[in-house]
Design a protein around this ligand. Structure first.
Ligand SMILES: [Zn+2]
Length: 252
């Protein structure tokens, strides 16, 4: 049940995402405990801690509710939903569980003086932890989804054209590589710099600390988004697809 005042729900998205092997526990938690309120523009999508409100655009909600790996792509909306839901989850849990607030405090210490891309040292450790977790989770969920879309699009193309072109073979071979490269990225998180009238975001160059990464992998992503394509739920589907193309040698 969404909170009173909510004008959308994540339930259709959760049901669909779960059927494709994506993690949904955190989405359920947020659907239950945060107020869900739509905004007109994608630029206003955010989680607002003070109001415990997760705002997604009408476009995102419509797209996510009809989540399917066939075109059009939902990858951008998947990234936003997991990113903002991670903010909501961390914030609500820290407000409701003292022990979790302590855990967050421990992660913040790991970001004290974190190197930033402009050469300065990070000093907003609360923000750095929040954005590192949200970016890490959003990135991994959307790259997982993009790989599933890429396999599906290739299958549809094959059905239609029995494509034997070199270009098609190359793009099919690149799917696991693109996934593995994306999943090896480790530097996430940013904070604001400068006076409020011209503040800008500066990324940290530090790798996400082990304890926070572990929490994101195990708890938020439920161990469902592996580093290697070969271990993902859709790997077999990819191998089957490759084997259906005569003459194509496609390895993981
Ligand atoms: Zn964020």
């Amino acid at each position: 049940m969404s909170r009173p005042g909510s004008n959308y729900s994540l339930r259709a998205f959760i049901t669909a995402a779960e059927s494709f092997g994506m993690p949904v526990r955190v989405l359920r938690y947020v659907d239950d405990k945060a107020k869900l309120s739509t905004v007109k523009s994608g630029n206003d999508e955010a989680y607002r801690p003070f109001f415990r409100t997760l705002s997604l655009s009408n476009d995102s909600v419509t797209s996510l509710s009809a989540l399917s790996p066939r075109p059009p792509s939902e990858a951008e909306h998947v990234q936003t939903a997991y990113h903002e839901a991670t903010h909501a989850y961390l914030d609500v849990r820290a407000k409701e569980e003292a022990a979790f607030q302590t855990t967050m405090g421990g992660w913040q210490m790991l970001f004290d003086g974190a190197p930033l891309a402009d050469g300065s040292k990070g000093d907003d450790t609360d923000r750095l932890v929040q954005e590192a977790a949200a970016e890490y989770v959003g990135h991994r969920a959307s790259r997982f989804w993009m790989a599933l879309e890429a396999i599906t699009y290739a299958g549809l193309r094959l059905e239609k054209t029995k494509s034997q072109e070199r270009k098609f073979w190359d793009s099919l071979r690149r799917i696991p590589l693109a996934y593995n490269t994306a999943m090896s990225q480790r530097s996430f998180g940013y904070q604001d710099r400068g006076p409020f009238w011209s503040s800008h975001q500066v990324q940290t160059t530090m790798a996400i600390p082990g304890p926070l990464k572990d929490f994101c992998d195990r708890v938020i992503l439920e161990g469902r988004i592996p580093d290697h394509f070969a271990r993902a739920t859709f790997a077999q589907r990819y191998v089957d697809l490759c084997q259906s193309v005569p003459g194509l040698d496609c390895r993981l």
